[in-house]
Design a protein around this ligand. Sequence first.
Ligand SMILES: *[C@@H]1O[C@H](CO)[C@@H](O)[C@H](O)[C@H]1NC(C)=O
Ligand SMILES: *[C@@H]1O[C@H](CO)[C@@H](O)[C@H](O)[C@H]1NC(C)=O
Length: 431
Amino acid sequence: MIWKSLLVFAACLANVWGLPATSELDARQSQSKYVFAHFMVGIVENYQLADWIEDMKTAQEIGIDGFALNCASIDKYTPTQLALAYQAAEQVNFKVFISFDFAYWSNGDTEKITAYMKQYANHPAQMQYNGGALVSTFVGDSFNWGPVKQNTPHKIWSVPNLQDPSAAASNGGRGVDGAFSWYAWPTDGGNSIIPSPMTTIWDDRFIKSLNGQTYMAPVSPWFSTHFNSKNWVFICEDLPTLRWEQMLRLKPQLIEIISWNDYGESHHIGPYSANHSDDGSSQWAKDMPHDAWRNLYKPYIKAYKEGASAPTVEKEEVVYWYRPTPKDTPCSGDTLPRPNGVNMLHDSIFVATMLKEPGTLIVTSGSKQPVSIDVPAGIVTTNVSMGVGTQKFWVTRGGKAVLSGWSKYDVKDSCKYWNYNVYVGSITTIG
Ligand SMILES: *[C@@H]1O[C@H](CO)[C@@H](O)[C@H](O)[C@H]1NC(C)=O
Ligand SMILES: *[C@@H]1O[C@H](CO)[C@@H](O)[C@H](O)[C@H]1NC(C)=O
């Protein structure tokens, strides 16, 4: 009893002195790892509770802990959809937090941002980290979180996106507890496009500059967009596995997958939802599922959370991804130019083998000769040269097929619109 009251007393003192309370120290010591996915609220104006629940359950199946709810200030339906998201998350025991999109919010919005934090910081579905309500952003580098924290009764843990990693060194002055990087694709900064491979150069800069503060690292499988205002690709052909291998070495405190449903930038791993509003991206995202990437991500998420250095394959599978056409195929009906960066892409079929024991991968791409590659156990991405036509995949072991099947999607030699998004499929049986 005495010890208990002493502890309570110490915790109170700690609060008075601005030191972490014991419960927060416990939370910090436990070093739990969490994986979130970036969710665009801006395209779900018409979502019902059931739509949210479906997305959240699908995310939970692969070990995602929560959605970072990307919100614009201008969408009149933001309050309605946030309320539904928090309600759905509470029902299925999922977590959410707001990611204020500062392409729309500004430094003058402190009051409105505080109002949102007051409303949700202690909601049962709010993601808490180190005893505080997690909040993040897209850009908004110079926003001061101090006043938001002071005027919200519940503790806040702010991990905004910073474009310049060195700015993290002055986080304290802006009431900030960490940083989230948006450099999920090979780049020299901003939207500059460089050839692969992706490295951790940006992560390393963040971690150095954060000096122990929370680092939320970005993981993304792809990037291709084709809007009037934004028309480029990043070179991420082996990124679906390479980036996770980097994360297993780097072991950041938090990971945010970019994205769950940003069909516009082709990096979604969520289903192509029936009830989202189409911003024009259906031209390249419809009928180009990415679902099999979730099967690929699942063992990596588990390994990351366990601190393992490699994923464990529980179910043998082949996951493949490829673009609809060879990159120089002329498209007949497009008024926009080809996206920037496509000249750096390879005309390849990418195949991640998820195997418990070594095997031989055989790929027949269109009219090309079958290509046979010995692959080790574990998860490995290989590639073969792209041929127009049907795509067939086998894995054999000791001369016997263990996995085989055709993709439902053929590589074509004609197109109406430039499309550098990928079709993602998988093979789990002998078919
Ligand atoms: C999607 O919208 C349709 C039509 O409004 C509705 O019938 C359906 O239930 C919605 N899906 C979910 C999962 O709620
Ligand atoms: C394709 O595989 C080869 C052989 O392993 C490798 O050298 C090359 O980098 C791969 N290409 C791409 C684009 O991943």
